[in-house]
Design a protein around this ligand. Structure first.
Ligand code: UDP
Length: 322
């Protein structure tokens, strides 16, 4: 099959490209390298079935010409990372909303199946733990930059659902929960590569707030396998899926675990949220997915996720380049 990955030089996109090539597909990627990196895909460039275009997905004509060539699309290009989102809210909103609009418009011409990568951020401040796909979303005030990401991604979901309902465009929507793995950078704020870098270089490990907030970290290889499997299922069309592990850990314990796994002598320090992000910053205390819908859809292809947190952290640390 010929497959387009928007944001294919990014963290998840490059792992997806590698996997799709390894099972014999022809892969086209488009990535403007704003947060993606050539380093992520350099090793794939010798493969004649790999095609790389460094352009923005909002170049409508170019995107449309690539979409015409392929059978299905994984739309992963987006502004990512809470740090980046807080710093550049205009770019976040424009990239996420306009980018998705362009992709859906190009896909609908010849009815190409599209996966829209969304995020657990859309649940916002909801305390309805664990989060279910049909829950209400509780997004904070527009005066706080963080929520522009959740809101833009929620709008992407509405737009994709609208294309499905009105034009019968086959779409699958996935909400990722703190995906981690080798090649992820801490440059845009993600906690695991940030802590590992700090621990390996003997610098203080910076826990924001009281560190009691929890997350469920999910191995990128499991995420990639799940989205490939979902795109093969007709029943997944027009549906939204949480994609995440249910192994909950507090950020404070994550810091201790990483310190121990790296044999680091770094001290663990606490930094107030307003110093780390912006005044009034709001974080989620807990973020856990209900994955019963995903598990039902993936039954028959083995359990999800296959990798636990310890195993994943060890793998990341082994591959970490300072
Ligand atoms: N965090 C932290 N120290 C850092 C980076 C992040 O304590 O250096 C916290 C952050 O405030 C959040 C959690 O780790 O509570 C996960 O942050 P990340 O940006 O990786 O993902 P999020 O879940 O916020 O989208």
């Amino acid at each position: 099959m010929k497959i387009l990955i928007t944001g294919g030089a990014g963290f998840i996109g490059s792992h997806l490209a590698e996997k799709l090539l390894s099972i014999g597909h022809e892969v086209y990627i488009i990535d403007d390298l704003s947060t993606g990196s050539i380093r992520n895909i350099d090793h794939l460039r010798i493969n004649p079935k790999f095609h790389f275009n460094t352009n923005t997905i909002t170049s409508e004509q170019l995107l449309s010409s690539i979409v015409d060539k392929v059978d299905i699309i994984y739309h992963l290009a987006a502004a990512v990372g809470v740090q980046l989102v807080v710093r550049s809210p205009i770019k976040t909103i424009q990239t996420n909303i306009h980018g998705t609009e362009v992709v859906l418009k190009a896909a609908v011409k010849e009815n190409k199946k599209v996966l829209i990568a969304s995020t657990s951020e859309v649940y916002g401040k909801s305390k309805n733990i664990p989060y279910k796909e049909d829950d209400n979303l509780l997004i904070g005030a527009p005066t706080l930059g963080r929520w522009s990401y959740a809101c833009s991604k929620a709008l992407d979901e509405f737009l994709a659902m609208a294309y499905w309902k009105e034009k019968k465009l086959p779409v699958v929507i996935t909400r990722f929960f703190n995906t981690i793995g080798p090649k992820q950078t801490g440059q845009y704020g993600m906690v695991v590569p940030t802590f590992i870098k700090q621990a390996l270089s003997g610098k203080p490990i910076t826990v924001y707030g009281d560190g009691k907030q929890t997350r469920c970290f999910t191995y990128v290889g499991d995420v990639v396998n799940a989205i490939i499997a979902l795109m093969e299922k007709d029943k997944a069309i027009g549906e939204i899926f949480n994609i995440g592990s249910t192994e909950e850990i507090s950020i404070e314990n994550l810091a201790k675990k990483i310190k121990q796994l790296t044999n680091s002598s770094s001290e663990i320090v606490h930094i107030p949220y307003e110093q780390a992000y912006e005044q009034g910053f709001e974080d989620m205390r807990r973020r856990i997915p209900d994955i019963s819908k995903l598990s039902r859809m993936l039954s028959g292809i083995g359990g999800f996720p296959k990798h636990g947190l310890d195993e994943t952290l060890k793998l990341i640390i082994k591959n970490f380049k300072l």
